[in-house]
Ligand binder design. Structure first.
Ligand code: ADP
Ligand code: MG
Length: 579
């Protein structure tokens, strides 16, 4: 074929494809326009997953009558004049492409009225071609209705998912803007049902409450108020928002929501910064929840990376990374970060659910957070003491599983197994760092017949195991001679313990992202720890608690599960109606 310039309508549809991938893209662009127009109230109405109808109404600035047709021209924008303006861009839009793209692949009706006009203008386009224009009576603002999306792009139509799936994407988009703009009232209606409504009172926490409910929000930690000036940094970075306590974890990364200058972005680097701040606080393979906005000078970030504007490039990514991680870490380290156990109280819980079975101990499952620095951290040492436990007085054992203790400020229920795991884990790491793990010689040595799988793991982890105090010699085939074990394993059946450890290592339950030796230590400590169901003497419990008090991270086990629940004195008083 000879080279030819494409007919404009073909070029327009191809270009539109970059911006409008699916109904949710239309919602995104139109909501962005409403926000850029200074709207305080945005209504979004969707039918059949957006394929049939998408309508966005706002109370923003509106468009002057004379400019209305221009708004649909490609590369027509009121937000940017020259290339340099990109350096200062504070609006969500700037490419002047969205309306043109949407109009090219649907039937669009736009009604708009600036506040100083007595009436509005209605404009209709079909496949990008204007079909009608007329005067309308309307409140100040703009209403854009998009119908028959992709009616003239069969390829796209074919790739649309079920209406419920597309509606889900739309819901996610609106959710993100609601979080980024808490001062704006959002209202989303799907097929006539109200599915999302925010108050627009300016509080991000209230938006999160609306989106995720009180159960989740109780486990959120506000990022500390930040002084954004950092010595020596070339960039001033503000970080704000909420992160979940380590108790609030998910299988997917997508619960990390990131904004840069209130623009939702996907950024693997920042997501990694957040995940890293939780190191050893979360069970392996689980991700935290976070809603974080990064504020920095527009000249520090390039938003023009992709037509959808969901990716950004930082001029100084390292500083941004560090600042985000620091903010999250600090929130996690904050004092008193064990949240009080929430007992049922009338003002919070509907009366109908307060059957006796659901009250009381069951409620203890609402335990709170924990936190602290990881052992191999070199920074932030001075804050570690804040997360340490106060001195506790042991009162007794419950269900052969929990130690009941009293602190200066309330009641502590300690999981004996999880707590002991934590104690052994930290002690073992300390010994390893000093290359002085106490080891117990076995006299005579034990002969051990392993399975091929166990033997393979043994060979693979040999170095780490010997570092931890195991002395194992090959004895031909899959037989080995166990000459010494870490002291913590010496009291039971050492051969059985080693077999269990090798089997667990072979299962690979903990993903290889954890450092290999940490993984082995975790498993050894788990095997060596006191089990639930084991009766403990008062002295043993005191000893356990005393060693837990010494821990850097007493409040979670090495897998990230909580070691304790806490009920504050104030809460007890409240629950008993004393205050
Ligand atoms: P961009 O947002 O990149 O400027 P768009 O194609 O999305 O490009 O919009 C073109 C122009 O139309 C905008 O620059 C703005 O001036 C105007 N506009 C679009 N939607 C609205 C709205 N809801 N309220 C006021 N003005 C709008
Ligand atoms: Mg726009």
């Amino acid at each position: 074929m000879p080279i030819q310039i494409l007919p404009p309508e073909v070029a327009a549809k191809i270009a539109a494809g970059e911006v409008v991938e699916r109904p949710a893209s239309v919602v995104k662009e139109l909501v962005e326009n409403a926000l850029d127009a200074g709207a305080r109230h945005i209504r979004i109405e969707v039918r059949e997953g957006g394929r049939r109808l998408i309508r966005i109404s706002d109370d923003g600035s509106g468009i002057a009558r004379a400019e209305l047709p221009l708004a649909f021209a490609r590369h027509a924008t009121s937000k940017l004049r020259a290339l340099e303006d990109l350096e200062r861009i504070r609006t969500l839009g700037f490419r002047g492409e969205a309306l043109a793209s949407i109009a090219a692949v649907s039937r669009v009706t736009m009604m708009s009225r600036p506040a100083d006009s007595p009436s509005g203008v209605m404009l209709q386009l079909e496949g990008g071609v204007q079909t009608r224009q007329s005067e309308v009576g309307m409140a100040p603002g703009t209403v854009v209705t998009v119908e028959n999306l992709f009616y003239n792009v069969p390829a796209r139509l074919k790739f649309l998912k079920a209406p419920a799936t597309e509606a889900g994407h739309i819901h996610r988009v609106v959710t993100r803007y609601a979080m980024a703009f808490p001062e704006v009232r959002f209202h989303l209606k799907l097929d006539g049902r109200d599915v999302l409504q925010t108050s627009g009172d300016g509080s991000l926490y209230n938006v999160l409450l609306e989106l995720f409910g009180p159960e989740t929000c109780r486990q959120l930690l506000a990022l500390p108020e930040q002084d954004i000036k950092e010595d020596g940094a070339s960039t001033q970075v503000g970080v704000s928002g909420y992160v979940g306590a380590p108790t609030l974890h998910h299988a997917q990364r997508e619960h990390i929501t990131l904004f840069v200058n209130r623009r939702w972005v996907q950024d693997r680097m920042l997501a990694a910064a957040i995940a890293q701040a939780y190191h050893t606080l979360l069970p392996a393979g689980r991700y935290p929840m976070a809603v974080i906005n990064v504020t920095l000078d527009p000249s520090e970030v390039d938003v023009n990376v992709h037509p959808t504007k969901n990716e950004v490039k930082f001029r100084d990514p390292h500083t941004v990374f560090r600042m985000v991680q620091q903010a999250v870490r600090q929130a996690l380290l904050e004092k008193d970060s064990i949240a009080a156990i929430t007992l049922r109280s009338e003002e919070r819980m509907p009366a109908r659910t307060s059957s006796p079975a659901e009250t009381g101990w069951h409620q203890l499952a609402h335990f709170g957070f924990e936190v602290q620095r990881t052992l191999d951290d070199t920074d932030g040492g001075q804050t570690a003491s804040q997360t340490r436990l106060p001195v506790l007085r042991v009162l007794g054992q419950l269900a052969l599983t929990y130690v009941i203790a009293e602190g200066p400020d309330g009641l502590y229920l300690i999981d004996q197994h999880a707590a002991h795991e934590r104690v052994l884990f930290e002690e073992m790491k300390r010994h390893c760092a000093a290359a002085a793990v106490p080891s117990q010689q076995l006299l005579p040595p034990l002969l051990l017949e392993l399975t091929p799988g166990q033997a393979a793991v043994l060979e693979a982890e040999r170095a780490t195991l010997s570092q931890l105090g195991f002395e194992i010699e090959p004895f031909g085939g899959y037989t080995y001679r166990l000459c010494a074990v870490p002291e913590m394993l010496a009291w039971g059946d050492p051969a059985m313990a080693l077999r269990d450890i090798l089997s667990e290592l072979a299962e690979g339950g903990i993903p290889p992202t954890r450092r290999a030796d940490e993984r082995v230590i975790t498993i050894v400590c788990k095997r060596a720890a006191i089990k639930a169901g084991q009766a403990l003497s008062l002295h043993e419990m005191q000893e356990l608690v005393r060693r837990l008090e010494q821990c850097q991270a007493p409040r979670t086990c090495p897998h990230g599960r909580p070691t304790m629940l806490y009920l504050s004195a104030a809460q007890l008083a409240r629950e008993f109606g004393r205050i």
